[in-house]
Design a protein around this ligand. Structure first.
Ligand code: PAF
Length: 279
């Protein structure tokens, strides 16, 4: 596995692979890797000849500077995990490599940009799509792999790819959960042991909805899920919704295809998100 820090070096290394018609996959990350990321690498390996994983804590997607400051950066541990997972190249640029000058980026990501996470974190998806476009330009992959845990992020990236008409296939990979149901996330590291227990209500509420989806109305499902979360200690619900997975608008009709239950809540000082595809 090679670790590369510049776009020029990365392009030079990938050039012969491309000339040999090898399929390149990109797994973009911000580091603080866990088994969820490893699962992305594994799925990428099954679908491509070369897997590049990027580790870059992107400043433009943080709406709270304190969040950026405290974002975990266990680089040595990350490199060891990627080595063990059999990743081919790790791209770890400095901020100045990705943003040599100040840039104003704004593209039309559609109305869904301002819903749910977009409402709580204004500008977040402009920052995400900005860096993902830069990573796509650096790697020029045929495929890129993202976790379904960030359901809305994947949707926004698909919109960015459509906006620029990029020849890149976006693959959303299943959420990896701890044995007790908590969705794996780099942010879980910030949970105290009390928070860690309380955080389980997110996946429990999603499971409640999934298990009763056929028999209950959407209204009753939401009521039940919200009660589970609101009764939990130390958990402050931002939203629990059953939405159309394309528009992210709330949906009452269970016959609508692509329905997804999405939840966000503050557990102690840590904001967590999770979701479950319903049909
Ligand atoms: O999901 C993440 O880790 C980040 O938002 C991404 C896609 C790597 C962009 O910085």
């Amino acid at each position: 596995m090679e670790v590369i820090n510049t776009i020029a070096a990365l392009k030079m290394l990938l050039k012969p692979r491309k000339l040999a018609q090898q399929k390149i996959a990109l797994v973009p990350t911000m580091g603080a890797l866990h088994k969820g990321h490893v699962s992305l690498i594994k799925i990428a390996q099954q679908n491509a000849d070369v897997v590049v994983c990027s580790i870059f804590v992107n400043p433009t997607q943080f709406t709270d500077p304190k969040d950026l400051e405290k974002y975990p950066r266990p680089l040595q541990h990350d490199i060891e995990m990627l080595q063990e997972a059999g990743c081919d190249y790790v791209f770890m640029p400095a901020v100045t490599e990705m943003y040599p000058t100040k840039e104003n980026w704004h593209i039309d990501l559609g109305d869904a940009e301002f819903l749910l996470e977009g409402e709580f974190r204004r500008g977040h998806y402009q920052g995400v799509t900005q860096i993902v476009k830069k990573l796509f330009d650096a790697v020029e992959p045929e495929l890129a792999f993202f976790g379904q845990k960030d359901f809305q992020q994947v949707l926004m990236i698909r919109h960015m790819v459509a906006y620029f008409k990029l020849p890149i296939q976006i693959v959303s990979c299943p959420i990896i959960r701890e044995d007790d149901g908590l969705a794996m996330s780099s942010r879980n590291i910030h949970l105290s042991s009390e928070d860690r227990k309380n955080a389980l209500v997110l996946s429990e509420a999603l499971k409640y909805v999934q298990e009763r989806f056929e028999e209950f109305t959407v209204e009753d499902l939401l009521k039940g899920a919200e009660t589970i979360i609101n009764e939990a200690e130390g958990v402050e619900l931002d939203y629990f919704t059953i939405a159309n997975g394309e528009t992210l608008l709330p949906e009452n009709n269970k016959e609508t295809p692509n329905l997804v239950a999405l939840v966000a809540a503050k557990v102690g000082q840590t904001r967590l998100i999770d979701n479950m595809i319903l049909n």
